[in-house]
Design a protein around this ligand. Structure first.
Ligand code: GLN
Length: 330
């Protein structure tokens, strides 16, 4: 397909691009399901779904939107945003940096210069954020974040009990990280409560449309464009999107910023959440992962979408910057 000229685009063109993406990626059977948490391997590997939600509340989709999957590491972006809002960026920054780590998401290490986790998108940083949220909210913390995630998605979300139990049974490495954080005084007791919040936040079920609407809420300065509710604070959104841009896609973050050029976050459940600032939320779900832990088909879909519509933040034609007003509005 050639690049789409936005001045002449109509809804039919969006659906045409989505069909093209579907036809291209559905043939791709590369990658493997995450199985280090046994329950994660119990999904149909062939599922693919993609949804777009605009900052004026229109939605477009293709493929499977019914099947839910666990949000996993995508939760790290939402919880970071909530922590920034509740505690302010100075307090959060003292505990968790904003520098890409260049290491695997579950690496047992801190930034040697600061002795704190590199960023909130790796497990050490996310568990520290969970500790901060637990300190602030106590035993209500999980209900509180579930409510905020649900407001962002525009519907009541739920915990996947099976995945949660599986995380609890197999989360030894995360427990080790939690105790290391405790010994470094990066988090406070009770460390088990921080870990429990982390395991729960990863086990919240969503579908591709939920991710698109969460993305649109970020894109729309924190206000859910479908429900009209202000969910996140604007400054916290800005800071969260910055870290998603530099650290959101595991060890592929640099390549992603180069190729796709959007703030995004992926999870080992097979979801990817992407944002076109002030314009669009994008959600994909397909569970086969590449060696970095990113959904193979999700990644391919984002590349095509970004190219077709000129969504890359530094696209020389700047076509994508008028996407919603020129195209999705008609
Ligand atoms: N539950 C996962 C873990 O920490 C979350 C990881 C992810 O999506 N990378 O092991």
């Amino acid at each position: 397909m050639g690049n789409v000229e936005i001045t002449s685009m109509k809804a039919a063109d969006i659906n045409h691009v989505l069909s093209h993406i579907y036809d291209t990626v559905i043939q791709n059977r590369e990658g493997a399901l995450a199985d280090y948490i046994p329950e994660l391997a119990k999904v149909d590997p062939n599922i693919f779904g993609m949804a777009l939600a605009t900052n004026n509340g229109k939605v477009y989709s293709i493929g499977d939107l019914e099947t839910t999957f666990t949000i996993q590491s995508i939760s790290k972006a939402l919880n970071y945003c909530i922590a920034l809002e509740l505690m302010g960026s100075d307090v959060v920054f003292e505990r968790v940096g904003v520098e890409p780590s260049g290491d695997r998401f579950n690496a047992i290490e801190f930034d040697p210069r600061t002795l704190r986790p590199y960023n909130p998108m790796v497990n050490a940083g996310a568990i520290t954020i969970a500790g901060l949220l637990y300190d602030r909210l106590g035993s209500e913390a999980y209900e509180y974040i579930l409510d905020r995630f649900s407001q962002a998605a525009g519907r009541q979300l739920e915990l996947h009990e099976g995945v949660y139990r599986s995380e609890l049974l197999t989360g030894h490495r995360n427990r080790a990280i939690g105790h290391l954080l405790l010994s470094a005084q990066a988090i406070e007791e009770p460390v088990d409560a921080a870990l429990d919040l982390y395991f729960r936040q990863c086990s919240i079920s969503v579908n591709a449309m939920d991710l698109a609407v969460i993305g649109a809420t970020f894109a729309n300065l924190g206000q859910n464009p479908i429900t009209g509710r202000q969910v996140f604070d604007m400054t916290a959104v800005r800071n969260t999107l910055s870290v998603m841009f530099t650290c959101g896609m595991y060890d592929y973050s640099g390549n992603w910023a180069y190729d796709v050029g959007l703030p995004a976050k992926s999870g080992v459940g097979g979801g990817i959440l992407g944002i076109v600032n002030r314009q669009l939320g994008i959600g994909t779900f397909s569970p086969r992962l590449d060696t970095n832990g990113n959904s193979v088909r999700g990644l391919a879909s984002f590349k095509i979408l970004s190219d077709e519509f000129g969504l890359h933040a530094f696209d020389p034609t700047n076509r994508g910057s008028g996407l919603v007003s020129h195209f999705f509005d008609h």
